[in-house]
Design a protein around this ligand. Structure first.
Ligand code: COA
Length: 380
């Protein structure tokens, strides 16, 4: 769809959607399977460990996970293989090209809910952005498959900005609307993080969960009355190796590196914590100032869901006092870190009670580093 510049629009969020996998893994279940893997590994390598030629693996602990991250459980697309000490990773049958692929399937489920909540027919949507930290394949784009499954006549493409993919997607969609190039854009974030998490790595095996979210960004002129005005969007990236995944299409050129730990998610968690908190807090405060918003008056923060301690510190710096659960809701306790979907889940589950005129902030941060802010105000 194309529009001339006289049709420039004012972007709003019309509705959101959420798909939550049925399977959930508690910390107790996760640690029991991890520790069984450790015991088997150490027993199988007892000779070299006794000879001092290899270090034994250490067990994980429920107490550490809850204290260090705030995560108590996470949803996954397939629980059994993740908990099986022999596989410790997701497993499902490969799908044929005629079947809807898995990322598209859960993206479509979230998108349908967003459309339904907005009272929008798919045929009235102009574009689909699939914004997520990993794509199931390089091409055809996941977004185009989702577009086709929903019956949307328009265009779609994939974008990956790791944990900030959804907010970058929202700004991109908002810019299409501001420029008059679209009036209704779906930003879909299917995050099958169980596929890039190293379930055998004690430092990170507890972090991620699977989910899909959708955000319908539209021109105010066509949006339902109960929408969220987008007051302003801001994006920031600063290169860092502290969260990295070296999986990619050039891996085949270096067979010696295939299957190594760096081909899955790896991070220096403590450095990330220390570097990202001040960067994000400062970004929120300066963007609020630019928009003429008093950060202390924000009704609610829907922050990226990676670590409860990070969110406590960021919310404290933004609001000027320790935030309560009403001001800065947590979903990572039951969802884990769902990468780009985290702040959108928080917004989806904890926004119905706000009233017209309430101002809030959707904020993401993560690998790249990347961070995005979307200030919103409830219209009705
Ligand atoms: N069980 C028990 N102990 C564990 C453990 C586990 N699963 N994992 C690590 N430990 C130990 C470490 O070995 C270390 O022991 P030591 O002090 O004897 O060396 C100790 O716990 C502290 O480890 P550390 O990695 O420094 O923990 P942390 O307090 O930094 O918490 C994270 C780890 C990952 C929860 C935290 O750093 C974090 O969430 N950071 C932000 C990450 C983020 O936002 N990433 C974005 C991803 S998209």
């Amino acid at each position: 769809m194309s529009h001339d510049t006289q049709m420039t629009g004012r972007p709003v969020i019309s509705a959101t959607g959420l798909f939550t996998p049925a399977d959930s893994i508690s910390n107790e279940e996760l640690v029991a399977s991890f520790n069984e893997f450790v015991r088997r590994h150490n027993a199988a390598h007892a000779d070299v460990i006794a000879a001092g030629e290899a270090e034994p693996l250490n067990e994980s602990s429920v107490e550490f996970i809850e204290k260090a991250s705030g995560i108590k459980s996470r949803h996954v697309m397939a629980k059994e293989p993740v908990l099986d000490p022999d596989s410790m990773g997701p497993r499902w049958a490969e799908r044929s090209n005629d079947e809807l692929s898995l990322m598209a399937e859960i993206g479509v489920a979230a998108a349908r809910q967003a459309l339904e909540r907005a009272g929008r027919k798919a045929s009235d949507v102009d574009a689909v952005l699939c914004a997520a930290s990993n794509m199931e394949r390089p091409y055809p784009a996941m977004a185009i498959e989702i577009q086709q499954a929903l019956g949307i006549d328009g265009f779609g493409f994939d974008m990956n900005v790791a944990c900030s993919s959804a907010t970058f997607g929202i700004q991109t969609a908002a810019d299409y609307i501001r420029a008059g190039n679209a009036r209704s854009v779906l930003v879909v974030s299917p995050e099958i993080t169980s596929g890039h998490l190293n379930w055998r790595d004690r430092d990170s095996h507890f972090i991620f969960g699977d989910v899909a979210t959708a955000v319908l960004v539209e021109d105010a002129a066509i949006a339902p009355a109960a929408h969220w005005d987008i007051l302003g969007t801001k994006l920031k990236t600063v290169f860092s190796n502290n969260i990295r995944n070296n999986f990619g299409f050039l891996n085949r050129a270096s067979p010696e590196g295939q299957g190594k730990a760096d081909k899955l998610f790896v991070q220096e968690g403590r450095k990330v914590f220390k570097e990202v908190v001040p960067m994000v807090a400062e970004m929120i405060v300066s963007e609020a100032e630019r928009l003429g918003i008093d950060p202390a008056g924000l009704r609610r923060l829907w922050l990226h869901q990676a670590n409860a301690g990070m969110n406590r510190l960021i919310a404290q710096r933004v609001l000027g006092h320790e935030a309560n659960a009403d001001e800065s809701p947590t979903v990572l306790d039951t969802y884990g870190n769902t990468s780009s979907a985290g702040s959108i889940i928080a917004f989806h589950l904890h926004s119905d009670d706000l009233v017209a005129g309430d101002t809030g902030l959707i904020c993401s941060f993560g690998a790249g580093y990347s961070a995005g802010t979307v200030f919103v105000r409830k219209a009705a």
